[in-house]
Design a protein around this ligand. Structure first.
Ligand code: CP
Ligand code: NVA
Length: 298
């Protein structure tokens, strides 16, 4: 590949118009889901994981294959990377074989280093700091259910984590009000300029979207969750929200910690549409990455 490489690393790097265009394309690809255009014919995607995954792994794999492309999945322990071979060497070698690399890697700096040395687009499939592909699917879901994210009140409950950070990034781009409800001792973790409260009811009041994620992200096993208990999204919080408010969660849920079973299984819960939309959003992200310099989609 020659020329500018379209990496998909973090939302603020990409530009609002481009991101909105990718989501518009995702809606179009969803409408064509039973006759997907064969735009990835002859192209290959490598997927590298140093953490567990169900949705990211399967949705990227199926997305690429439905569009006519090929995939190879490599997990930690199955490749030289992480052992003697450097990130630079790994990136350069993979670039000679495949047209795009999707990486789920704990360490943000390692992902950036891989992108630096890669000659093909690199997609962030989640680090400890961000999860931009998830938020693209979430915005798509909000648009389906509520028309638009613009001007909506989106309330986040529980931990400040990678998914939360990508919501914060998205709030400026898609122009929604974002408020976090979290335990007091995490106040210092909240990035400057972001609205937050220690009272879950304040966050839930008149919210259009209530969103949460596990209190124990991958790599944090054994963490004490006591302080998060007042931030469970339950029926009491949902009744404070606006009429028609939706509940979202990237999954997997730690049953029934961060959300009650009643809310997760209620009509307001859109968690499985959200999970499906990973597939369509990923197709559009792949198309944007690969429609860049040197590789023209058919
Ligand atoms: N939501 C999400 O990224 O799920 P996985 O960890 O299963 O990929
Ligand atoms: N915050 C979670 C998201 C999983 C999709 C984690 O990092 O494990």
């Amino acid at each position: 590949m020659t020329g500018d490489i379209r990496h998909f690393i973090n939302l603020p790097d990409i530009g609002a118009d481009t991101l909105k265009g990718i989501i518009k394309h995702a809606h179009a690809l969803k409408a064509e889901k039973f006759q997907p255009p064969q735009i990835m014919e002859g192209l290959s995607l490598a997927m590298v994981f140093d953490k567990l995954s169900t949705r990211t792994r399967v949705s990227f794999d199926v997305a690429m294959k439905q569009l006519g492309g090929h995939t190879i999945v490599m997990s930690k322990g199955e490749m030289q990377f992480g052992g003697a071979e450097s990130i630079e060497s790994t990136a350069k070698v993979l670039s000679r074989y495949v047209d795009c690399i999707m990486v789920r890697m704990s360490d943000d700096d390692k992902l950036l280093e891989l992108a630096k040395y890669s000659d093909v687009p690199v997609i962030n499939g989640m680090t400890d700091k961000s999860h931009p592909c998830q938020i693209m699917a979430d915005i798509m879901t909000i648009e389906e259910k509520l028309g638009s994210a613009q001007g909506k009140k989106i309330a986040w409950f529980g931990d400040y984590n990678n998914v939360c950070q990508s919501y914060i990034d998205a709030s400026a781009i898609f122009d929604f009000d974002f408020i976090m409800a979290l335990p007091e001792d995490l106040n210092d973790n909240v990035p400057s300029g972001v609205s937050f409260t220690n009272d879950a009811k304040i966050a839930a009041k008149n919210a259009d979207v209530l969103v949460t994620d596990t209190w124990v992200s991958l790599g944090q096993e054994g963490k004490d969750i006591q302080k998060f208990l007042p931030y469970q999204v339950n029926s009491e919080l949902m009744t404070l929200a606006n009429d028609g408010a939706i509940f979202m969660h990237c999954l997997p849920i730690h049953e029934w910690e961060e959300v009650s079973e009643a809310v997760a299984k209620s009509p307001a819960s859109v968690i499985y549409d959200e999970a499906e939309n990973r597939l369509h959003a990923q197709k559009a992200i792949l198309a944007w990455c690969l429609d860049g310099a040197g590789v023209k989609l058919r």
